[in-house]
Design a protein around this ligand. Structure first.
Ligand SMILES: N[C@@H](CCC(=O)N[C@@H](CS)C(=O)NCC(=O)O)C(=O)O
Length: 226
């Protein structure tokens, strides 16, 4: 099985299934494609050879059968690796974890557009400015903090549903954003971010992202000329 991904410093969607698979010890080979969204770029041609949707991540079987989109990938992994803790064991926890993952998948547009993932960057001044200027960003973060606090309080932590699950994998890039832009969050949120960052699957992705050193201007709205 292969997981096709983009640049580790920038590709938040690729990060989700990769950290989940690494954290839970699910076997896969990584295929990394360098971002270039120009028409007919090497990236576009390579992704098209794996998936008609033209986006990463893609989970590819040995015979070439492809599953695209993070939610579909995670559900496919859950079918293929039952009992590995991809979703929580209790039915209501599982339903709630899926709700949280789906909410991330479909929402938080202000956080995603104003604070693109950039693991290598430390941008507290940008974060402080955006925090003052962007009410929708403050609303996204407030909703995230509320949902995390409720889940952590119910489970006892350290992860949203106790043990690391797909819900945490979906929010791992959010943790990177809150930390990189130093957005003002409460201590419970900071503790959760620390737990996620210390999870071996997440730490492995971050370590790879930091050595990548492949900076792309179109992914660097706040660091032109990097
Ligand atoms: N809904 C998709 C989103 C995937 C996505 O947008 N991936 C980005 C990279 S992080 C991509 O491939 N972008 C290429 C493009 O926009 O053309 C998922 O959950 O996997």
């Amino acid at each position: 099985m292969q997981l096709v991904i983009g640049n580790k410093n920038y590709s938040s969607w690729s990060m989700r299934p990769w950290v989940l698979m690494r954290q839970l010890g699910l076997p896969f080979d990584e295929v990394k494609l360098r971002f270039d969204f120009a028409p007919d770029s090497a990236f576009r041609r390579a992704v098209a050879s794996f998936s008609p949707a033209g986006r990463v991540p893609v989970l590819v079987d040995d015979d070439g059968f492809a599953v695209w989109d993070t939610l579909a990938i995670v559900e496919t992994l859950n079918e293929r690796f039952p009992g590995r803790g991809i979703w929580p064991a209790a039915a209501r926890d599982r339903a709630r974890a899926r709700s949280l993952a789906a909410e991330m998948h479909a929402g938080f547009g202000a956080l995603r557009s104003h604070c693109p993932m950039n693991i290598e960057a430390t941008l507290p001044e940008v974060g402080a400015r955006l925090w003052v200027e962007q009410a929708a960003l403050r609303a996204d973060v407030a909703r995230i903090e509320t949902m995390w606090a409720q889940a952590l309080s119910a489970s006892g932590g350290p992860f949203l549903f106790g043990a690391f699950s797909a819900a945490d994998a979906f929010y791992a890039p959010v943790c990177m954003r809150l930390r990189g832009y130093a957005l003002p969050v409460v201590q419970t949120t900071l503790d959760y971010i620390d737990s996620v960052a210390a999870a071996p699957g997440v730490a492995a992705w971050v370590a790879d992202a930091l050595v990548e050193q492949d900076f792309l201007d179109f992914e660097e709205p706040y660091r032109k000329g990097r």
